[in-house]
Design a protein around this ligand. Structure first.
Ligand code: AHG
Ligand code: MN
Ligand code: MN
Length: 326
């Protein structure tokens, strides 16, 4: 028989090594439970009509909840049970959701099901989360934290069964789900330096809508790399973490229908871009927005704000930063 180290065991040792409390374990146990629960629904989702092809009503005439609402409800439920969460910000809720406002210790920002175009096909989606901690020393309790203030950020790729988490200043680690639904076998992820394996990932159909200098950069560089695009940030970033290269979701500024421009980008800062940027940094990479500002330095002004994203191997991100800033 072969036994592997579980995520929880890994985390217990991590907390012990850094002299940390058990509160974070309680929080992580809740996120693991939520992910497993979402995974379960997703695996049977096509059969049960939760993936969206079945409209909102099943054959019995009952309302069928869509996967993103299911994933949201599951996640809020488990986070509430911890008693450790002050409030959550979810892509599925316009307002912040207060949980244990006075006694909680953490802020959790999450997208319970990212990659909506993959959902009707049952193809990979992501459950992305970032975690910040209440300022226990001072009076300030500012909940709009920038990514550099996150203490951890991670993603589950569903239903693939991988879990990747970055712990502040302690690296990015990947786990795989095993036969008994444990996430096991920690592997430290470091972006490969050798450009041979690097890939580019962006929605190529949008390229004519990008800023002129970004289009030129793509034109001059794309022949050097393989191109892959799944259309779900977690899955695309999962590849980049292993292969190196760069994921981009640039600002849309040259759309033939100006109403369709997205000068602020598409991805959400707090629970999409900053989450992957945090994991990317802990793996030795970098991420910037359309102005070349590091994603992790952006101070959010609202929970659902968007940003452009250029993320991956540092030499590539530095190169596009030069283009973006000149
Ligand atoms: P959503 O939050 O609506 O599910 O968006 C998914 C995101 C992200 O996962 C992905 O990288 C990107 O949108 C794909 O967008 P395009 O379809 O425009 O390429
Ligand atoms: Mn999303
Ligand atoms: Mn979502």
């Amino acid at each position: 028989m072969q036994f592997e180290q579980t995520f929880m065991n890994f985390l217990l040792h991590h907390q012990e090594k850094y002299n940390r409390t058990y509160h974070f374990l309680i929080l992580m146990e809740a996120l693991m439970s939520a992910a497993k629960h979402i995974q379960y629904y997703y695996l049977t989702g096509a059969l049960r009509g939760h993936l969206g092809f079945a409209d909102a009503v099943n054959v019995q005439g009952e309302d069928v909840m869509r996967m993103d609402s299911i994933a949201h409800e599951i996640t809020v439920h488990y986070l509430r049970t911890t008693g450790r969460v002050i409030h959550v910000v979810s892509e599925e809720s316009a307002d912040i959701i207060p949980l244990n406002v006075d006694g909680g210790r953490y802020f959790v920002y999450f997208d319970p099901l990212d990659g909506s175009s993959n959902v009707p096909h049952g193809l990979p989606v992501g459950f992305l989360f970032g975690i910040a901690k209440r300022n226990l020393e001072g009076p300030e309790d500012y909940h709009l934290r920038s990514g550099k203030d996150y203490i951890a950020a991670g993603m589950f790729v569903i239903p693939t069964g991988t879990f990747t988490i970055a712990l502040k200043e302690a690296g990015t680690w990947r786990f795989h789900i095993d036969e008994i639904m444990n996430y096991v076998k920690p592997v430290r992820m470091i972006l490969p330096e050798d450009a041979k394996s690097w890939e580019l990932s962006f929605n190529s159909a949008n390229r004519s809508t990008y800023a002129q200098n970004v289009q030129e950069w793509i034109h001059n560089n794309e022949k050097n790399y393989a191109f892959r695009y799944l259309g779900a940030l977690a899955g695309d970033f999962h590849r980049i973490l292993s292969t190196g290269g760069m994921f981009m979701y640039p600002a849309i500024v040259n759309h033939p229908n100006p109403k369709k421009n997205r000068p602020a980008g598409k991805l959400r800062l707090m629970y999409e871009a900053a989450v992957v940027a945090f994991m990317c940094r802990e793996a030795g990479g970098h991420a910037v927005d359309e102005t070349g500002t590091p994603i992790l330095d952006i101070q959010p002004e609202n929970h659902h704000q968007r940003t452009a994203l250029y993320m991956g191997s540092k030499p590539l991100v530095d190169d596009i930063t030069r283009v973006l800033t000149t």
